[in-house]
Ligand binder design. Structure first.
Ligand SMILES: NC(=O)c1ccc[n+]([C@@H]2O[C@H](COP(=O)([O-])OP(=O)(O)OC[C@H]3O[C@@H](n4cnc5c(N)ncnc54)[C@H](OP(=O)(O)O)[C@@H]3O)[C@@H](O)[C@H]2O)c1
Length: 519
């Protein structure tokens, strides 16, 4: 039963002791200030402040925490608090308790209007911050602004003296994707930020890495003995990492039109998942060793080419029976747009462990389902004992596909292993059944927090394992940049597919070239 009493807030070094990695460079006794630059925007309103509130409501932020929103619009503190209030939810607490938490949280939120490239505006912020928190203060700065502003904001903050370089008190800066649009622009962004912040204080966030199931990937692989011996080319036929979304772009088409599905989802979230699935076991469970292994793996992947890729764009279709306009009919989209809303690519991972195993990665908007999952498809047995029965399949439904490990990231966290099994009864028929670890049942009563909550806690603890290092970013862009440059110049029309369907038919041809049946 929840008593409504708030647990005593920890100091920063203890904040959310959920990770096995010890905190680095924390100092428990200075107050904490969190500044969200671009606080009026969608990300700040929908994700960052709700996550900060959820942490506060669970007693995971230090007692002396103050939060500052910075943006151009001339809001007062009260305007800002009114703006934030509808997003502050605490689903596991009773309404009166949630109300208490809100009343404690909102007075800690302040708004500082200013210009993004003005050192004076950030001096203003510094004055407000010192008045509220005193000095010294640990300072988490969150860039929730378009990347075109990163350089100017970083320079203005530096010039205002708001950034400290030391370990205690610290300044840590969280930056959101997109980190550039190709290798060159990403390098330029790294250079601009690097002129103002040390790499060690820069936290490039990919919120997929904060999702529970993604964090469980390393545990699944390296804390169990049953998977690792099979995790290689001898036993695995192919890997499919699939992401799909079932809603139209509605309102976000302006942003998406200049981005496309590869830059929006594949180059970052799905490439990170690929690295975690395919990398070798890190020597130690710390940021350096985990990221070293991810980079080593990404460097062994061959950059994508057109031959290994299929692009699609949704046309008019249906969503839950209702008609939906095609992508080119969305407001803000050119009538002859070549922007891909679907991409499937087969990656060639040239490591000794994976040579010859196709990694199919697909990302699709406007399909009938919303999910992110990793499917590890195992090879058929070497013996012919059940060949005929496997080919016959269950109740004459065709070929049984054999063992498959499905790691479902969203919407419902789940890990399941499909095994071939005899259907009970007097006949001898085979079927596939699932050994099912469904988080909802296995961890009933355990709250699964939003990825942003997990990642913000990690920043407070100085744990960078789940953030993207600059060389990791370079390696990820190197996989996509040649293809993206070619696509940007040739304006090839993507294959059409009706909204509400899994993607263009061409995806099947691509998959079939690699003997993959579940594209
Ligand atoms: N929204 C998400 O769920 C999400 C998810 C992942 C990554 N991101 C990334 O995170 C960043 C912020 O996302 P967002 O959706 O919150 O963006 P946003 O709403 O478009 O922008 C955030 C704030 O930045 C200011 N701003 C926007 N465009 C500007 C411009 N051209 N010049 C000067 N100021 C501008 C606006 O504040 P004022 O006008 O009040 O100054 C706006 O409220 C973006 O890089 C986005 O790609 C967003």
């Amino acid at each position: 039963m929840n008593t409504g009493q708030q647990p005593s807030p920890p100091d920063i070094a203890q904040a959310g002791s959920r990770s096995p990695v010890p905190p680095a460079g924390t100092h428990g006794h200075a107050p904490l200030a969190v500044t969200v630059v671009g606080a009026s925007g969608d990300l700040a309103t929908r994700k960052i402040f709700p996550a900060l509130f959820a942490l506060h409501a669970r007693g995971l932020l230090p007692a002396e925490t103050r939060l500052f929103g910075f943006a151009r619009r001339p809001w007062s503190d009260d305007d800002f608090r009114r703006h934030l209030t509808p997003g502050l939810k605490c689903e596991e607490l009773a309404a009166d308790v949630c109300d208490l938490r809100q009343r404690d949280f909102l007075p800690r939120c302040h708004f500082v209007p200013g210009d993004y490239d003005s050192a004076d505006s950030f001096r203003d912020l510094q004055r407000r911050l010192e008045a509220a928190c005193g000095s010294p203060v640990h300072h988490l700065v969150y860039f929730a602004i378009p990347p075109t502003l990163f350089g100017r904001v970083a320079q203005a903050m530096r010039a205002a003296g708001i950034v400290t370089d030391g370990e205690s008190p610290w300044t840590r800066v969280v930056v959101e994707k997109p980190f550039g649009t190709d290798r060159r622009s990403s390098d330029e962004l790294t250079r601009l930020l690097g002129g103002c912040f040390r790499e060690e204080q820069t936290y490039r966030i990919d919120h997929y890495l904060g999702k529970e199931v993604i964090q469980n990937l390393m545990v699944l692989r390296f804390a169990n003995t049953i998977f690792e011996p099979l995790w290689n080319r001898r036993h695995i036929h192919h890997v499919h990492i699939a992401w799909s979304e079932d809603i139209p772009l509605a309102g976000r088409a302006g942003y998406f039109e200049g981005t496309g599905i590869i830059r929006d989802v594949m180059q970052n979230h799905l490439t990170q998942i690929l690295a975690l699935v395919a990398m070798e076991c890190p020597w130690q469970l710390d940021a350096r060793h985990v990221r070293d292994e991810k980079v080593r793996l990404l460097r062994q992947v061959v950059p994508l080419t057109r031959e290994r890729t299929v692009l699609g764009q949704y046309v008019a279709g249906r969503l839950q029976g209702e008609p939906v306009a095609g992508y080119r009919e969305e407001p803000g989209v050119a009538p002859d747009s070549c922007t891909a809303t679907y991409a499937a690519a087969v990656f060639d991972v040239r490591s000794p462990r994976w040579r010859g195993v196709p990694f199919l990665v697909s990302a699709a908007k406007g399909t009938g389902t919303r999910h992110t999952e990793i499917r590890i498809h195992f090879r058929a047995p070497d013996n012919d004992l059940f060949h005929a029965l496997l080919a016959k399949g269950a109740a004459g439904q065709g070929l049984l596909r054999g063992n498959e490990l499905v790691i479902r990231v969203q919407p419902d966290e789940q890990i399941l292993m499909r095994v071939v099994s005899k259907v009970p009864g007097s006949g001898f028929q085979l079927d596939t059944a699932a050994l099912d670890l469904s988080y909802r049942e296995a961890y009933a009563g355990t709250r699964i927090g939003d990825a942003y909550e997990n990642l913000i806690l990690d920043v407070l603890r100085g744990d960078r394992s789940l953030f993207i290092r600059n060389d990791e970013l370079e390696a990820a862009w190197d996989l996509f940049t040649p293809l993206l440059m070619e696509l940007d110049t040739c304006r090839q029309t993507p294959h059409p597919y009706p909204f509400g369907t899994p993607g263009p038919e061409a995806r099947r041809e691509l998959a079939a070239r690699y003997a993959i049946e579940d594209a």
